[in-house]
Design a protein around this ligand. Structure first.
Ligand code: CTP
Length: 401
């Protein structure tokens, strides 16, 4: 199964912020995803957490001092830095950020950050005033100039009891930033992929709309897998309950007409278009500006007109077009017909009548059919794994173009 974090060597530097409890969760998420996580705890961080909290999760020795002869960092302080695929400092206090900006090497984290050739990511966490102080801002600017990645902080509840900027971003988000950095030289690097997701909503009046049961999960999984492989991703989506994939440009749209505009614009310089959205085929002929009243009517006949077929309308030269075919009967025949009628390179046929893989499920089972007549059944897999297979085939066509 594809997994961008598997066997990656991640050095996690944890500094003395109250948010450092979140680093335990982060270490756990990274470990569960198959990464080798080696933790460096600064002295201040040890006031909040014991090395055992991390050691029990990572099953690796935790580095607590540069001068500890029992620790590898004490014996060879650059070994960790050398084998790292990425060094992540989360949470990073104002003090640690200042030390990194000045190249200080008076502890194990400082030496590792200085000595590594791997990408470095810093996730600030501190009081809002400390974050906004000219000194911290200048230090952060220095880090960015040197190519260090910054992730967060976000606005929210702070330890001081106030609300403001300075909150450590959530572990899930940090993990996504790590994936983005590790994947940036992947096989889709340099490619722009436009993905559509969700179900469009066609307004009848200000309070009523016609929509469908698409959750958006398949499109979001495609966006995530493409990002993990280094693509630049534009996700054109209707509002969903899903969080935006880190690193994607998200264009929010409501109805089929909005989606049409966004896809036509974004596809102009794209290498691939994957239309996972469930686009309404029909829109009301007239949408009322005021809420329609019941009055004395016993029935309400709504006249609908066809929406433009978005994927069929996109004709960018060299663009690889991937459509989905949501079917309840004659799945393969209907899907194959869509390759011709919409001029697609690939169609992903989906039997939406199957109970196991109903709307909103995390799994799917599809048949990938291409314009050369190849037919591949995926079996029941996670939507992320299916996304990976769809992108494999898409990349093959990109290479051949
Ligand atoms: N699609 C599109 N624009 C539309 C309708 C659909 O771009 N107005 C795209 C979908 O995103 C999907 C593919 O076309 O990738 C097939 O969608 P589907 O609903 O299965 O097919 P339809 O063309 O709507 O045909 P039918 O409903 O008659 O099966």
């Amino acid at each position: 199964m594809p997994n961008i974090l598997a066997d990656k060597k991640i050095v996690l530097g944890v500094t003395g912020s109250i948010a450092c409890y979140k680093a335990v969760d982060l270490a756990s998420k990274l470990k569960q995803a198959g990464a080798l996580v080696e933790v460096i705890l600064t002295e201040s961080a040890q006031q909040f957490l014991s090395p055992l909290s991390f050691n029990s999760i990572t099953h690796q020795p935790v580095v607590t001092s540069l001068f500890d002869t029992n620790s590898e960092a004490g014996i060879n302080h650059v070994a960790l830095a050398r084998r790292a695929d990425i060094v992540v400092v989360a949470p990073a206090t104002a003090n640690t950020i200042a030390k990194i900006a000045n190249g200080q090497a008076d502890d194990a984290l400082g030496t590792t950050v200085l000595a590594t050739e791997a990408p470095i990511m810093v996730c600030p966490a501190m009081d809002g005033n400390m974050y906004e102080s000219p000194a911290t801002q200048a230090n952060i600017a220095t880090l960015k100039e040197r190519g260090i990645h910054l992730a967060g902080p976000e606005v929210g509840h702070l330890a001081s009891g106030q609300t403001g900027i300075g909150r450590l971003i959530e572990p899930q988000q940090i993990a996504s930033h790590i994936r983005l950095i590790l994947g940036r030289n992947g096989d889709l690097a340099g490619k722009k992929i436009v993905v559509s997701a969700g179900g469009t909503r066609e307004s009848l009046d200000p309070v009523r709309e016609i929509t469908n049961r698409s959750s958006g999960k398949m499109g979001y999984a495609i966006a995530e897998a493409a990002l993990d492989r280094g693509a630049s991703v534009v996700l054109v989506s209707t509002p969903t309950n899903l969080s935006s994939p880190v690193g994607a440009t998200v264009v929010l749209v409501k109805d089929a007409a909005d989606m049409y505009q966004a896809i036509i614009t974004e596809s102009k310089d794209a290498d691939g278009l994957v239309m996972a959205a469930a686009v309404a085929d029909w829109q009301p002929v007239a949408s009322s500006g005021q809420k329609a009243k019941k009055s004395n009517k016993k029935t309400w006949a709504i006249e609908l007109t066809q929406t433009p077929d978005i994927i069929a309308s996109v004709s960018t030269k060299g663009l690889i077009k991937v459509g989905f075919a949501a079917e309840t009967e004659s799945v393969l025949q209907n899907a194959e017909a869509k390759i011709k009628s919409k001029n697609l390179d690939i169609v992903v046929a989906n039997d939406v009548s199957s109970e196991q893989i109903g709307f909103g499920s995390d799994n799917n089972e599809v048949t990938i059919i291409d314009r050369l007549g190849r037919v591949e059944e995926t079996g029941l897999l996670s939507k992320y794994d299916i996304a990976w297979q769809i992108l494999d085939r898409t990349l093959e066509f990109m290479k051949a173009t």
